[in-house]
Design a protein around this ligand. Structure first.
Ligand code: COI
Length: 356
């Protein structure tokens, strides 16, 4: 275990610290960053912890100029005994490597990723909400750090982990706007990489959804504009008859870790699941035939959100609450928080002085 510098564990919580239910998401940032630098010749340097304000990003570097930056989002939860665990960190490490590879950046070894995540949690242990009342969200970010404008792979990169304590997301229902003009990703593009460019490409769609009175956007495929791909920050699932369908990992959508967890839970429950393309028209036809059940979106930040409607402004597809999403939400929460023995292998303990 890498031990953080003495004293950091004791970083006091601010006096006006909110109740866990009022933390929201991303509003309060932990005061430290766990980080490690990579040099073209020197490889990965030893992980360390600094004040968040001590690191700066070069304005003329590839991170800001050309978007050479990839990231992850994972959560740490406290179990009923107060112990802290990271949820599926090795899977997040692997996905970061895949994103880095696509953007020609150095792939952080799993041990570096794990050490940085552990350090980030350890120095912010007091920021992890109590059992069942939220989580600490970690944002490992790999970016080009060389101060140079040439368009080529950078010679220096850094992986830094920021954290934000957040509330347990509520399983509230959303109405989604299917965006038929703008696109998020095309075959062969960056869609599967967790990189800022995808989010930058997506914000206008989210704004259009809101302007039309919806909660979030559903991205459609770039070629026909009819196949559902993913929502703004979530993978999608729809229940049709006795089957649950989710779009396939064809390189245009993010390979969500929560998507994978939900697939495992559905299989374990004996639910028929399939990963295949599905169009708005097929959904509308299934609705007309009375075959549409629940729809839901899943993601690390969002966990699992029920979808009541998807509309492209012409056709409104309405889903029926069969109770499946609520059951899955509870199962997922139990697994993530260690309230069940099932799938314990997904949780990696983070030792702290309080819980060595
Ligand atoms: C996550 O769910 O981890 C994400 O990255 C979504 C984020 C844009 C809020």
């Amino acid at each position: 275990m890498h031990t953080p510098p003495t004293g950091l564990y004791e970083a006091p919580l601010p006096a006006d610290w909110p109740e866990p239910e009022a933390l929201g998401f991303g509003r309060i940032l932990g005061p430290y960053l766990a980080h490690a630098q990579h040099g073209e010749d020197s490889g990965w340097h030893a992980p360390t912890v600094s004040a968040r304000s001590a690191l700066s990003v070069p304005v003329a570097g590839g991170g800001l100029q050309y978007g050479f930056s990839v990231f992850e989002g994972l959560k740490a939860y406290r179990d009923a005994d107060g112990r802290i665990h990271l949820f599926r960190p090795r899977d997040h490490a692997r996905r970061l490597q895949q994103s880095a590879q696509r953007l020609v950046m150095p792939e952080p070894p799993e041990e570096v990723f794990m050490t940085l995540c552990q350090l980030a949690v350890q120095v912010h242990a007091r920021y992890v909400p109590p059992f069942g009342r939220g989580s600490l969200y970690l944002r490992p970010t790999l970016y080009a750090e060389e101060d140079a404008l040439g368009f080529r792979p950078a010679t220096r990169h850094r992986l830094a982990v920021a954290v934000t304590p957040c509330s347990d997301p509520l399983p509230k229902s959303q109405r989604l706007w299917a965006e038929t003009e703008l696109i998020r990703a095309a075959p062969g593009g960056l869609g599967a990489a967790k990189t800022g460019g995808n989010y930058a490409a997506g914000l206008a769609g989210q704004m259009r959804a809101r302007a039309n009175g919806f909660d979030d956007v559903v991205w459609l495929d770039a070629l026909t504009h009819r196949e559902i791909a993913e929502a703004g920050t979530m993978n999608l699932f729809v229940q049709i008859g006795d089957e649950v369908v989710t779009p396939p990992l064809d390189g245009t959508i993010l390979a969500g870790i929560t998507r994978d967890s939900v697939l495992r839970l559905l299989h374990a429950d004996g639910v028929r699941v399939s990963e295949h393309r599905i169009t708005l028209d097929e959904l509308a036809a299934a609705g007309m035939a009375g075959q549409l059940g629940t729809a839901f979106g899943v993601g690390t930040a969002a966990r699992l959100v029920t979808i009541s409607e998807i509309s492209d402004g012409t056709t409104a597809i309405r889903f029926r609450d069969t109770g499946l999403a609520a059951r899955l939400y509870e199962r997922l929460k139990q697994v993530q928080e260690g309230a069940t023995h099932a799938l314990r292998e997904w949780r990696v303990a983070v030792p702290t002085p309080q819980n060595p």
